[in-house]
Design a binder for this molecule. Structure first.
Ligand code: JFH
Length: 237
């Protein structure tokens, strides 16, 4: 998968070199290219922002640097398939595991990371008219820009790419765990730590009993923490 990222803070994406995603990159599974938006700003101060039309607080990102940068990336398109441009935004569709799975099927993703109060609306309109654009929110809280949201999405998408996760079983397990329940609690050795014991059923060697216990834990935890996720048949008064 090819991933282009446009940002005025390209250094944020150094974090993706670490561990899992770095390995995927060095093995050629992910071709990640990070672009500094300021390189498409040509005045002396490399200005990317201006005051909001109509007045109000804060600044808005100017359209021209975005146009030059995105045109350059789209012109460089070599995969033969049209890229999907994603703009992280508090006003976007909410990013979910389902969306991560869909996006993991794409050949080429472009992430446009806004700052300040966001990007001039005409940038979205221009690229939506020329191709595929999505505004995506990673949750109902306000970040200072799109960078952290983009890192979260790339990490969630990247681990779904064939060959990226070291242990393929963990993903197989996840996919049939897609019943919407929260996960069960995990334990490892030692069997007792600071007077706290690993639940004896997990040491019993009774695989069916372990599976039953984990299922109960998932249902109970979901009922307690996220009752709205409980499937109809598990809901009770
Ligand atoms: C982002 C920011 C919007 C709200 C005009 C009136 C109200 C600050 C670019 C994604 C999620 C983000 C996110 C993504 C991109 C940007 C800061 C945006 C407003 C705007 C204030 C700039 C935030 N899930 N949370 N946050 N910002 N203002």
């Amino acid at each position: 998968m090819r991933i282009d990222v446009v940002s005025i803070f390209p250094g944020y994406f150094d974090a993706l070199e670490l561990s899992l995603l770095g390995k995927a990159k060095s093995r050629g599974l992910i071709d990640l290219r990070v672009h500094d938006l300021r390189e498409a700003a040509h005045d002396k101060h490399r200005t990317v922002d201006d005051t909001p039309a109509g007045g109000g607080a804060g600044m808005v990102m100017k359209p021209e640097p975005w146009g030059e940068m995105l045109d350059g990336i789209l012109a460089d398109e070599d995969s033969g398939t049209e890229p999907l441009i994603i703009f992280p935004s508090p006003a976007g569709d909410v990013f979910t595991q389902r969306m991560a799975r869909e996006l993991a099927e794409e050949r080429h993703l472009v992430f446009g990371c806004g700052r300040y109060e966001g990007i001039d609306q005409r940038v979205f309109d221009e690229y939506a008219e020329r191709g595929r654009v999505r505004l995506v929110s990673i949750g109902d809280y306000v970040l200072n820009g799109g960078e952290v949201a983009t890192i979260a999405m790339i990490e969630a998408i990247g681990r779904l790419l064939p060959g990226v996760v070291g242990n393929p079983e963990s993903l197989v397990e996840e996919s049939h765990e897609e019943d919407g329940l929260l996960e069960y609690p995990s334990y490892t050795k030692p069997a007792e730590w600071r007077g706290r014991e690993v639940p004896p059923v997990l040491l019993s060697g009774n695989h069916a009993a372990v599976e039953r216990w984990r299922r109960e834990q998932r249902v109970e935890r979901t009922r307690r923490v996220r009752p709205e996720l409980l499937p109809e048949e598990l809901r009770e008064a």
